[in-house]
Design a protein around this ligand. Structure first.
Ligand code: ADP
Length: 625
């Protein structure tokens, strides 16, 4: 497709968020300005991959015979640098859309957050996360020129020029060769980078695994090494770490790696890494990266989502197989039995590795789970073949672990008393919130362990697990809970209201609350608190209910049961008032207050105004002299 004629030099302005981000990059604390070189080389390598891919698929390209390479020229005297590739090049539109805008969806949010916190960063973080690698060049120069010609046989030459902040210009030029050349003069404080020796060193450090030859002048610098072709025993930790940083675009070291050489029904080699931290765009599908796919050492796809199931998407690395054709398309990889089989094998091996950590190095495993546990939990609902293994790998905080400590279902079962028949959990926003939940009182007093489910992922995964090793997993809010082993039931229940007195006050409470509750019953689980709401025959757990309301404003929950503590002095007082005059307005007000207080504790009180007004009335009565 031929491009429309344009006026000779056109000026453009960057979008607002781009300007902000550029400003941050240029002026942020930047401990490694030299990473610009890695970024430009990585872009060149991507561009070369793309043109190779076009050729593999038989698409026409300009200069099909051109060697695929990256050439760096350094003018030590004048401090000029140029990086050139014979890759896919850019059209005028590419220059405007790809170079002039921020790709990442999380950028704006991140910008406002970092502004609010007055943060300083290692700029490497900004650049890696927001797909603005090219702009790192403005840390070492004040003006950049790009000359490029697209691989499209009808493409033209274009020159793009910018001083970073604010604006850029584009003009048409004569350019014979396919690909892109980027050149600039180094700023004074970056003059040391205008050295063959320095640049060679940096390429070794950052770009050694780039799949194309890199030349400085006439000398080839990098050693292209398909590390995954070698056995893990033959790989030094430094090599693995560097390779990880290269494939994952991370600047930290990985937590661990797994090397696979599989032959049989499916043949592939893989080098898979567990990063040290989850990505910033946690669970945001647009931010999600995955394994890279190679076919016979030829790079085919970035982030091939079919190579691991969703719950292992945090893994980074490469898979290289002989069993797919070179010109495989995204559609084919999406439905190929080869990718499915590869994914199954990788999944099995990765779970095996995690099981091994859990067994031999609990500290390491817990660290892993703290960071990636939310991913793993997704597997419970989505991978039924591995579900049992994933369940064993789950870890929880409980009423008996310290903050940050972990227990597994297995440990829970081993530790629980003979008489306990079920596994208990409580849901809530945070550990601090669930610890204050009155429903926990009974369990704490009787030293029964309760699993704390405090993350949103828990609600949609763990709460759907019906049982573990033959024991039902139940919410302590479930009304029909079969409470086990109340140690001092007898002496305690002696002090509770009983008989007709108890029956009358429960009935009166129900009368006052009417349709709002399914029933009002005596609580066996409360110790210090006076009332709590529990799940009725049609209701759901409080936290679940809140989530449903957040997702659907029309959601109406089933009715709850109000449980009251008949040992509590307040209930005894109310029973006394009820005996004397069951229409006493104080009784009705107190019951309302008790009910709304229970709603408030589970963060489900819609309108706190009445609650507060009543509280004021009671205080007024109490302080009347
Ligand atoms: P990223 O590489 O993370 O996408 P960059 O800001 O480095 O972000 O580059 C933006 C886009 O500009 C790239 O995705 C690519 O489309 C294009 N680009 C950059 N450098 C080149 C190059 N040397 N050849 C062809 N296209 C390039």
């Amino acid at each position: 497709m031929s491009e429309a004629p344009q006026p000779s030099v056109q000026e453009f302005e960057y979008k607002a968020e781009m300007k902000q981000l550029l400003h941050l990059i240029i002026h942020s604390l930047y401990t490694h300005p030299e990473v610009f070189l890695r970024e430009l080389i990585s872009n060149a390598s991507d561009a070369l991959n793309k043109v190779r891919f076009m050729q593999v698929r038989g698409l026409p390209v300009h200069q099909p015979e051109a060697e695929l390479r990256i050439t760096i020229d350094i003018d030590e005297k004048n401090h000029n640098l140029s990086i050139e590739d014979s890759g896919i090049g850019m059209s005028r539109e590419d220059l405007i859309e790809r170079i002039g805008t921020v790709a990442s969806s999380g950028t704006l949010e991140f910008l406002s957050r970092s502004k609010a916190e007055e943060q300083t960063f290692d700029g490497g973080e900004l650049i890696g996360k927001f797909g603005v690698g090219f702009y790192s060049v403005f840390m070492v120069t004040d003006e950049v020129t790009i000359e490029t010609r697209s691989a499209d046989p009808d493409g033209k030459g274009w020159r793009w020029k910018s001083q970073g902040e604010g604006r850029f210009t584009i003009e048409e030029i004569e350019k014979k060769d396919r690909g892109t050349r980027i050149f600039f003069k180094l700023k004074e404080d970056a003059h040391d980078l205008a050295s063959d020796y320095r640049v060679k060193d940096l390429i070794k450090k950052y770009s050694n695994f780039v799949d194309f030859p890199i030349f400085i002048g006439k000398d080839r610098v990098n050693s292209v090494a398909a590390l995954w072709q070698r056995k893990k025993e033959d790989l030094a930790k430094e090599e693995l770490d560097e390779f990880y940083k290269f494939v994952a675009g991370d600047f930290r070291e990985p937590m661990d790696s797994l090397s696979l050489h599989i032959e049989g029904r499916v043949n592939f080699k893989a080098l898979v890494f567990v990063p040290s931290e989850p990505p910033i765009g946690y669970f945001d599908p647009r931010e999600e990266k995955s394994l890279h796919l190679y076919v016979n050492r030829v790079f085919i796809q970035d982030d091939c989502k079919e190579l691991v199931p969703e719950y292992l998407r945090f893994l980074k690395g490469v898979v290289d197989t002989e069993d797919l054709p070179l010109n495989v398309s995204r559609e084919v990889t999406q439905s190929s039995p080869v990718t499915t089989r590869i994914s199954e094998i990788i999944t099995g091996r990765v779970l095996g590795m995690l099981e091994d950590w859990a067994k031999t190095d609990a500290g390491k495993y817990n660290e892993f789970f703290r960071r990636f546990g939310n991913y793993l939990k997704l597997g419970i609902g989505s991978d039924f073949t591995q579900r049992d293994r994933i369940v064993e790998l789950l870890r929880f905080e409980t009423s008996k672990t310290e903050e940050g400590g972990f227990t597994s279902f297995r440990d829970y079962l081993t530790a629980m008393g003979e008489e306990q028949k079920e596994i208990y959990y409580i849901t809530g926003e945070s550990r601090a919130a669930v610890e204050k939940n009155p429903n926990l009182e009974y369990f704490r007093k009787n030293s029964i362990e309760v699993i704390f489910l405090t993350g949103p992922v828990d609600l949609f995964t763990v709460t759907t697990l019906p049982e573990y090793d033959g024991k039902k997993i139940v919410s302590i809010e479930a009304a029909d809970i079969d409470i086990a082993g109340d140690k001092d039931k007898d002496e305690e229940s002696d002090t509770a209201l009983k008989g007709r007195e108890a029956k009358d006050i429960l009935a009166r409470c129900k009368e006052i609350l009417g349709d709002r509750v399914e029933d009002v019953i005596e609580s066996k689980r409360l110790v210090d608190s006076v009332a709590t709401l529990v799940v009725g025959t049609s209701g759901m757990d409080a936290q679940m209910e809140r989530m449903m309301k957040m997702m659907d404003s029309n959601f109406t929950s089933g009715k709850k049961i109000l449980e009251v503590n008949l040992r509590h002095p307040l209930m005894k007082n109310l029973a006394r008032i009820n005996e004397a005059d069951h229409d006493d307005p104080v009784l009705a007000q107190a019951v309302e207050q008790m009910y709304e207080g229970a709603l408030l504790i589970e963060s489900n009180l819609q309108n706190p105004a009445d609650f507060v007004r009543r509280a004021m009335q009671f205080m007024e009565q109490a302080t009347r002299s």
